[in-house]
Design a binder for this molecule. Sequence first.
Ligand code: 6GU
Length: 244
Amino acid sequence: MRIDIISIFPDYFAPLELSLIGKAREAGLLDVRVHDLRGWTHDRHNTVDDTPYGGGPGMVMKPEPWGEALDEVVAERPARLILPTPSGRPFTQADAERLAGEEHLVFGCGRYEGIDSRVAVDAARRMPVEEISIGDYVLNGGESATLVMVEAITRLLPGVLGNRESHVQDSFASGGMEHLVEGPVYTKPGTWRDQEVPPILLSGNHGAVDRWRRDQALRKTARNRPDLIEATPAEAFDKRDREV
Ligand code: 6GU
């Protein structure tokens, strides 16, 4: 997968050299290029923003550097453009799974009060464009949201997640967990500060362990995310689920 990131703070993306994403890049599974938007400015001060038409607080990102940046970054190969913004559609695990199937993603990180709205309209003339939010709160720019989405997407790429190649047990994962968060997990020692590991996990009965884990996921979801249970069609739960 190829990922291009356009930002006025390229240093923000140093963490993409670490850990699993860093290893995936070294292994050639992932090609990430970070670009400084100011490289597509032509004035002495490398201006990327201006005052908003209609008045109001803050500044808006000028369309011209964005237009040139996107033209260049997608010139070689077609791409899907992601514009992180608090006004976008909410990002979900289903989006991460879908976007992990793309060959080329471009993230355009806005700052200030956002990017001139004509940029998304113009880009949509030649590529799919999605405005995406990572949650109902406001960040200073799209950079940290892009880090979040890149991590959620790239950990699903074949070969990126080291020893755990199956994601079906992840919270929100398609294939049974889409309406649930994961329940509790345990490791050695079997007893710690008066707490025993639930004995069923030591039983060796994989069917019983799977059912217990699903029960625990249902209980944790009901406690922490009642909104998820509420929004789930009844058919998504089996008979045993409904007894929990
Ligand atoms: Cl994607 N960007 C910004 N600036 N703020 C956000 C966001 C994105 N998602 C939630 N808040």
